[in-house]
Design a protein around this ligand. Structure first.
Ligand code: G3H
Ligand code: 13P
Ligand code: ZN
Length: 330
């Protein structure tokens, strides 16, 4: 059944687990996520970005998720709009049936320029007022993720004192977070604790802590009833990186967020964990490997290619449901 983010995260908080929120833009991803959830009895969050809308079209994207709900009536599914840039765009998602929207007011409409606190409160509160009138949940964001600046972000997550300045800029300020939640009444809050979007998060292998868990602890002490969201939570599996490169890819060495650090974060209030890059890696790796096999060289049935991708994504999803503790809670 389609449920709101608030409904699902209330339950997750009660039972101390988090739910992976997978980005989707095609049928095979949706099916992989659902097959994995069905196999391990997990609730599901699927989210569509602006890029997904551009690729699939909002109507197709929405109906793929509706199809998932129909096919698996026993699994709670949140249909979430990822990184809504304006209240108007969030309103559109609410109107078309999404059960949850993110108003990302940490950035201006261009989704590049950091916004003021006042702007963020303003746009987010506008969306909360609309959404709550319709039973739809809202995720807000306070603090700026390292974004594509993986080097800056990496500095933020080290103990290196020369990085102190960037460090504080990239981490969510607890005072601001408290004030933001109070003024907006968001259902979930995306926080910056050392993650960044995309495959290039860290250039060195993780030794010790790469996230700033201490900041998360402070945030939870100040906001014990707020559900935190971790964006940029792909783990960049090294086995998939190797498969991609073994079969003709050319991806520079890079590292993601170790799964056990996400699990640590779940102890301090993280309830939604955003993952896109890992599914991209599994599907790209599986397709490259499938096509490189001599026995598949004369094959023209593209469904076999898509299936290789779907199977790889399903295995990855299942690992995340198990690790984050949502397995067994559908
Ligand atoms: O938040 C970023 C997600 O990874 C979506 O990426 O805009 O390429 O669909 P995208
Ligand atoms: P990754 O790029 O780490 O998968 O993060 C995705 C994300 O945060 C989507 O909002
Ligand atoms: Zn994100």
């Amino acid at each position: 059944a389609l449920v709101s983010l608030r409904q699902l995260l209330d339950y997750a908080a009660e039972h101390g687990f988090a739910v992976p929120a997978f980005n989707v833009s095609n049928m095979e991803q949706v099916q992989a996520i659902m097959q994995a959830a069905d196999a391990c009895d997990s609730p599901v969050i699927m989210q569509g970005s602006a890029g997904a809308n551009r690729y699939a079209g909002e109507v197709f994207l929405r109906h793929l998720i509706v199809a998932a709900v129909e096919q698996y009536p026993h699994i709670p599914v949140v249909m979430h709009r990822d990184h809504g840039p304006t209240p108007d765009i969030c309103a559109q998602a609410i109107q078309s049936g999404f059960s949850s929207v993110m108003m990302d007011g940490s950035l201006l409409e261009d989704m590049k320029t950091p916004a003021s606190f006042e702007y963020n409160v303003n746009v987010t509160r506008t969306v909360v007022n609309m959404a709550h009138a319709c039973g739809v949940s809202v995720e807000g964001e306070i603090g700026c993720l390292g974004s594509l600046e993986s080097e800056v972000n990496e500095a933020a997550a080290t103990e290196d004192s020369s990085a102190q300045q960037d460090h504080s800029q990239l981490l969510t300020d607890p005072e601001e977070a408290v004030e933001f939640v109070k003024q907006t009444q968001v259902d979930a809050l995306a926080v910056a604790i050392g993650t960044s979007h995309g495959a290039y998060k860290f250039s060195k292998p993780p030794t010790g802590e790469v996230l700033v868990i201490s900041r998360l602890k402070t945030l939870q002490q100040r906001l014990p009833n707020t559900y935190f969201v971790m964006h940029g939570s792909s783990s960049v599996p090294q086995d998939w990186l190797k498969i991609i490169n073994d079969y003709g890819g050319d991806i520079p060495q890079t590292y993601g967020v170790p799964v056990d650090e996400i699990v640590e974060g779940i102890k301090y209030g993280v309830r939604k964990v955003n993952i896109d890059t890992d599914l991209r890696m599994a599907s790209t790796g599986a397709i490259r490997r499938y096509l490189a096999q001599p026995e598949n060289a004369s094959d023209l049935d593209a469904r076999k290619i898509y299936k290789a991708a779907r199977d790889a994504m399903q295995a990855l999803c299942q690992e995340r449901y198990q690790a984050f503790g949502s397995a067994g809670h559908a």
